[in-house]
Design a binder for this molecule. Structure first.
Ligand code: SAM
Length: 219
């Protein structure tokens, strides 16, 4: 379908992600050990959409297709802020990060999470982790914030199930600091269409400036 034919989001959350109250404010939350100083009630912990593009996509009621329990390849895991929430509700969660320093924190976030598999690897070289990541994952979540974000998504498409979803955060300034974000987003979407059908696109303001959230499926 073209974008116009895609039904409006019903804002459904995956099982294992709930809206819960912390200090009198309703927030998205997952069940697990806290990782980045977020509020917790001892069982559930708040998921801060200002610190997480996927959190923002869910808070903005994008139709991610995540239902809970699925296998996930997460590209650009950094110190594990978002991927730790993902591993709280998803199945096997492969977390790729190429910078050694944040990967140390990522390992710590993974310690109490048996389904989180941190991988020190370059997302532009999928052949270096292809032997670890199961093929046909249900979702790829990507937040690498480097030039060539569409290329990274295309290169990792091989891991995604035919019915799977790509949940991509595009940072305009990472592609070109001098250009208008709208033009950058158009170019990224056009490149993505080499391998994906775009289902939904939404700017991530007010949570993240000049970022586009994209939901796509393999062509
Ligand atoms: N997704 C994280 C979160 O929400 O908690 C934040 C990710 S941060 C915006 C982008 C991360 O992607 C950085 O830690 C960076 O080192 C990593 N990154 C950039 N290019 C990468 C690549 N080619 N392979 C693996 N990681 C990469």
């Amino acid at each position: 379908p073209t974008l116009a034919e895609v039904p409006m989001s019903d804002g459904s959350l995956p099982v294992g992600v709930e809206r819960r109250e912390f200090d009198g404010t309703e927030r998205l939350a997952t069940r697990g050990e806290p990782v980045y100083g977020e509020p917790t009630d001892g069982e559930w912990r708040a998921w801060n959409p200002h610190r997480s593009k996927l959190g923002a996509m869910l808070a903005l009621e994008m139709e991610t297709g995540l239902s809970g329990g699925e296998s996930v390849l997460y590209l650009g895991a950094a110190s594990g802020t978002t991927v730790s929430h993902v591993a709280d509700f998803a199945g096997p969660t492969y977390a790729v990060e190429f910078a050694p320093r944040p990967t140390r924190d990522l390992l710590e976030a993974g310690a109490p999470r048996p389904r989180l598999f941190p991988l020190l690897a370059d997302a532009r070289k999928p052949e270096t982790y292809g032997h670890v990541v199961e093929s046909n994952v249900d979702a790829i979540v990507q937040d690498v914030a480097t030039r060539g974000q569409a290329r990274v998504a295309l290169e990792n498409r091989r891991f995604l199930d035919d019915d799977g979803r790509l949940l991509l955060a595009v940072k305009a300034r990472s592609e070109d600091v001098t250009r208008e974000p709208a033009g950058v987003f158009d170019d990224v979407c056009a490149t993505l269409e080499d391998g994906y059908e775009l289902l939904e696109q939404r700017r991530l303001e007010p949570y993240h400036e000049d970022h586009l959230g994209i939901v796509a499926r393999p062509r």
